[in-house]
Design a protein around this ligand. Structure first.
Ligand SMILES: Nc1ncnc2c1ncn2[C@@H]1O[C@H](COP(=O)(O)OP(=O)(O)OP(=O)(O)O)[C@@H](O)[C@H]1O
Ligand SMILES: [Mg+2]
Length: 482
C-alpha cells in the first residue's frame, strides 16, 4: 500500500471514529431528552387532573372525568380517554394516532390502578408511554388515562440522526478527498527523492546528487542523502585506491619471486641463494599484507579496544622491546604520570613502527629516544632520533600510505606511518613529525586525555608494580641507555 493511501486511510479511520462517537452520543442525549420530556408532560397532565378534581364542584366521577376531558385538549402526539367501572368510556374528540382504549386487557390493567401509575404499552402507532390517574366518588370508580405516542416523538430524533449521519458521511468523503490531495502534495517531493535515489542506485553512479530546494524537512532529507552519497563516494574512491595500491605493491615481490624461480639453475649454491631471496621477499609480502589488514581494519569500530593504560609502563616496555632492533643510544625522555583510557596494544604497535623507522634512519651509537607526557588535556607519546630528520615539504606526505623515501636502501612498503596516523585518529587524536632539537626527527602522537575508569593502579604482582621498581629520573634513563 502506498504511503499516500496509508495516510488517507488513517485520516479516514480517525475521522470516522470521531464522527461515529459524536453521532451516537448525540443520539443518546436526544433520546434521553425525549423520554424526560414525555415523562414531564405526563406528570403535568396528572397534576392538571388532580387540580381539576379538587376545584370542581362536581363530585360525580363520570362528570369529573368527562368535564376534564372537555376542557383539556391533548398535544400533537397525545390522546386522553376515561375509564368508568372497568371499561373505556370516553376519549378526546380529535382522532388519536392509534386507539388504545380498544385494548381491553390494557384498559382492565389500567382500571385496576389504585394510585397514579406510569407505564409502557404497545400500540398500532408503536410504543406509547401512559399515565393512569384513578378517581373515585365512593360509589363508582373511574380513571383518567393520558397517552403519549413515544415512538412518534422518537421518530423526530431518528430523522435528525439520519440527517446528521448523511452529513457526517459527506464530511468524511470530503475529508478523504482533501486528505488524498494534501498527502499527494506533501509526498510528491519525497517521491522525487526516492525516484532519484533509485536512479542513482540503478546506475551505481555515485556522482549524481539530489536537487535541494527550499529549507523544509524534505530539503533536509535530500541534503542528508547527498551528504551520505558524498561519504559513500569518498569511501568507495578510497577503497578503490587502497586496492589499486595494495595490488600494485604486492605485484613487485611476486614478480621478483617469479623471476628468480624461473631463472633458478641446478647449482646448489645458486639455489640456496634464490631460496634465501625468495624467503626474504615472502617475509616482506607477509609484512605488507599484515600492515594492509591493519589499515583495512582502521575504519571499523573495534579497531581500538579501550582499556585503562599507564603511559609510563607502556613507554618503558616499548623501549625494552625496541632494544632488539639494533645498537643505538636508547633513551627515555620523560614518562607521563597518569592512568588513561586507550588501546595499549595499538599504541605499542604505533610506537614500534616509529622506533623501527628511527632505527632504520640512524646508525649505531645515534640517539633513539621515546617519551610520554600529560600536557593540559592531551597525552603525548613521541619517538625522537638523531638521524637526518624529515624535510619540511615531506612531513605531511610521508603519513600517506605507500609513500616512502625511494633513495634509501630499505625494504619498507611505506605503510608504517599510515598505521601510526590511523591509530592516533581512532583514539580521536593525530600524529605529526617535527624537527627534533639538534636535528633529527621527532614523531609525536597526540591523544585527547581521557582519565582511566579505575584511577588506582592494579594490585601488586603485575607488570605495573614491577615497572615501579625501575630506577627513576636520570638514573633510569642511563640504565635504559646502556
Ligand atoms: N625517523 C625517520 N627519519 C627520517 N625519515 C623518516 C623517519 N621515519 C620515516 N621516515 C620517512 O617516511 C617514510 C615513510 O615511513 P613509513 O614508516 O610510512 O614507511 P616505511 O618505513 O618506508 O615502510 P614500512 O613502515 O611500511 O616498513 C619513510 O620511507 C622515510 O622516508
Ligand atoms: Mg616504517
Amino acid at each position: 500500500m502506498s504511503a499516500r493511501a496509508r495516510i488517507v486511510g488513517w485520516v479516514l479511520l480517525v475521522a470516522a471514529l470521531a464522527l461515529t462517537v459524536s453521532v451516537f452520543s448525540t443520539w443518546h442525549i436526544l433520546l434521553t431528552r425525549v423520554e424526560d420530556r414525555v415523562n414531564a408532560e405526563l406528570f403535568n397532565e396528572v397534576q392538571k387532573l388532580r387540580l381539576y378534581a379538587e376545584r370542581s364542584p362536581e363530585r360525580d366521577v363520570e362528570r369529573v372525568l368527562t368535564g376534564h376531558l372537555q376542557v383539556n385538549a391533548p398535544d400533537r402526539y397525545e390522546t386522553f380517554f376515561t375509564i368508568l367501572d372497568g371499561r373505556a368510556d370516553r376519549r378526546t374528540f380529535a382522532a388519536p394516532l392509534a386507539r388504545i382504549d380498544t385494548d381491553d386487557a390494557l384498559v382492565a390493567r389500567m382500571a385496576a390502578a389504585e394510585k397514579a401509575e406510569y407505564g409502557w404499552a404497545d400500540s398500532a402507532a408503536g410504543q406509547v408511554r401512559y399515565a393512569v390517574v384513578p378517581v373515585s366518588d365512593g360509589r363508582r370508580s373511574g380513571a383518567f388515562v393520558i397517552v403519549a405516542f413515544y415512538d412518534y416523538q422518537r421518530e423526530e430524533v431518528m430523522d435528525a440522526m439520519r440527517a446528521l449521519t448523511v452529513t457526517a458521511l459527506v464530511a468524511l468523503a470530503l475529508a478523504g478527498a482533501a486528505g488524498w490531495l494534501v498527502a499527494g502534495r506533501v509526498l510528491a517531493p519525497i517521491r522525487l527523492v526516492r525516484q532519484t535515489a533509485e536512479r542513482i542506485s540503478d546506475s551505481t553512479d555515485l556522482t549524481r546528487r539530489l536537487q535541494v530546494s527550499g529549507n523544509d524537512d524534505v530539503a533536509a532529507l535530500a541534503a542528508t542523502f547527498n551528504h551520505m552519497l558524498d561519504r559513500l563516494e569518498n569511501a568507495f574512491a578510497a577503497q578503490r585506491a587502497f586496492v589499486d595500491d595494495a595490488g600494485h605493491e604486492l605485484r613487485t615481490p611476486i614478480t621478483v619471486i617469479r623471476g628468480h624461480l624461473e631463472l633458478m639453475g641446478d647449482d646448489p649454491a645458486d639455489r640456496a641463494e634464490t631460496i634465501a631471496l625468495v624467503t626474504d621477499e615472502l617475509a616482506r609480502m607477509h609484512r605488507i599484507v599484515d600492515d594492509l589488514l591493519t589499515l583495512a581494519k582502521a575504519g571499523q569500530p573495534d579497531f581500538v579496544v579501550l582499556d585503562d593504560v599507564e603511559p609510563a609502563d607502556l613507554t618503558l616496555s616499548v623501549l625494552a622491546k625496541a632494544r632488539a632492533l639494533g645498537e643505538r643510544n636508547w633513551r627515555v625522555d620523560e614518562v607521563a604520570d597518569a592512568r588513561i583510557r586507550a588501546d595499549g596494544q595499538r599504541i605499542t604497535q604505533a610506537l614500534m613502527q616509529l622506533l623501527a623507522n628511527a632505527v632504520r634512519h640512524t646508525t649505531p651509537g645515534d640517539v633513539v629516544a621515546v617519551g610520554s607526557a600529560l600536557r593540559a588535556d592531551t597525552v603525548l607519546f613521541w619517538v625522537r632520533d638523531s638521524g637526518p630528520g624529515v624535510r619540511p615539504e615531506d612531513r605531511e606526505r610521508i603519513f600517506t600510505r605507500f609513500v616512502r623515501d625511494g633513495s634509501r636502501e630499505h625494504q619498507g612498503a611505506g605503510l608504517g606511518l599510515a598505521i601510526v596516523r590511523s591509530i592516533a585518529e581512532a583514539h580521536g587524536g593525530h600524529a605529526h613529525v617535527e624537527e627534533a632539537e639538534g636535528g633529527g626527527a621527532l614523531f609525536v602522537i597526540t591523544l585527547p586525555y581521557v582519565p582511566a575508569e579505575d584511577p588506582f593502579p592494579a594490585p601488586a604482582g603485575n607488570g605495573a608494580e614491577d615497572d615501579c621498581c625501575e630506577p627513576c629520573g636520570d638514573e633510569r634513563t642511563e640504565e635504559l641507555a646502556r
